[in-house]
Design a protein around this ligand. Structure first.
Ligand code: HEM
Length: 318
């Protein structure tokens, strides 16, 4: 879906778009609140956590596993340790070792999803995988095996890594600007507005790209048909012409329109879901762990990826 033009793009996106409308996503609120509470219940008495490993990664993995009908007993491999290799979507060439690693991950993913497809064909559920398998099995076969695999793995990967980064980067930004964390603690109903500002302030996806299908001029630059263009979403989010004090974090800022979800026909399909997960997560953290302190705030461990901006670890104590 992400790499196709219409009409293929329209067909592939149309098959899953229903599950991501604002109304359908809002219906998931109680279920997501339950997941967040369950995670924090298990962590609260420990007095410390790695925000990335223990919380921000687990929440969106559980949500997307539920949506895709991945059975509970298969989830451990995705909940602990498993990471999408962000290098594959960086605009710089990979080394042979990185390429081998990415290929190995894709093959392992393909093997897992083949088993899942087999299971969901036998035992269909109320999930996206079962729905897509049904489309594939219809007579006119509007979804090939490759498309099925590619789009289920896209949903799986896009559905968690980015949202995990929103929570990790966002929590770090709030603690580096303690007046903003204090504001959220004093009024957790600011969580939805905080999410928009955090998406803008430290975008978990820093860039997207396009290939021009016609000659075009943008901002005085000639772009020829076939040229590839990299759009720096993170930089656009801090455009001083679009925002007053663009470098300042302000969770009560009005009219924030982050570019972090891209735009046009490929605009992020999961944007509403990511926003809802972020809102519920920040509200719960500010309510339940108001005295949380973060370690290594001056020298956090960023991963060396370009497109995805993400922390390796983020240690917190309370
Ligand atoms: C903070 C979290 C997220 C961010 C920052 C993000 C960002 C993006 C960006 C930048 C794109 C490319 C848009 C473009 O090129 O114009 C994209 C596409 C996409 N995202 Fe997200 N995403 C997030 C969460 C999610 C979630 C939770 C899901 C699904 C469960 C998801 C599913 C997708 C899909 C399927 C596409 C491809 C859409 C298309 O090509 O039509 N994303 N996302």
């Amino acid at each position: 879906m992400l790499l196709r033009d219409p009409p293929d793009h329209t067909r592939l996106r149309g098959l899953v778009a229903k599950a991501f409308t604002a109304r359908r996503v809002e219906e998931m609120r109680p279920q997501i609140e339950k997941i967040v509470d369950g995670l924090l219940d298990a962590l609260a008495s420990r007095g410390k956590m790695d925000v990335i490993e223990d919380f921000s990664h687990k929440l969106p993995v559980i949500v997307i596993c539920d949506m895709l009908g991945i059975p509970e007993e298969d989830r451990e491999q995705f909940l602990s340790g498993y990471r999408v290799s962000g290098r594959a979507i960086d605009p710089t060439p990979m080394t042979k070792a990185e390429l081998d690693q990415v290929n190995a991950n894709i093959l392992a993913g393909r093997a897992y999803f083949a088993k899942l497809f087999e299971r969901r064909r036998k035992e269909p559920g109320d999930d996206l995988t079962s729905a897509l398998l049904q489309v594939q099995d219809e007579k006119d076969g509007r979804l090939s095996e490759d498309e099925l695999f590619a789009n289920i793995s896209l949903l799986f990967a896009a559905g968690h890594e980015t949202t995990s980064n929103l929570i990790g980067n966002g929590l770090l930004a709030l603690h580096r600007n303690p007046d903003q964390w204090d504001k959220l603690v004093a009024d957790p109903s600011l969580a939805a507005s905080a999410v928009e500002e955090l998406l803008r302030y430290d975008s978990s996806v820093q860039l997207t790209s396009r290939k021009a299908s016609v000659d075009v001029e943008i901002g005085g630059q000639q772009i020829k048909r076939g040229d590839e263009v990299i759009c720096l979403l993170g930089a656009g989010n801090r455009d001083p012409e679009a925002y007053e004090n663009a470098e300042k974090l302000d969770i009560t800022r009005k009219n924030v329109r982050p570019l972090s979800f891209g735009g046009g026909i490929h605009t992020c399909l999961g944007a509403q879901l990511a926003r809802l997960e972020g809102e519920i997560a920040f509200r719960a953290l500010a309510t339940r762990l108001p005295n949380m302190r973060l370690a290594d705030m001056d020298n956090p461990q960023w991963k060396p990826t370009i497109t995805l901006r993400r922390l390796e670890h983020l240690m917190a104590a309370w």
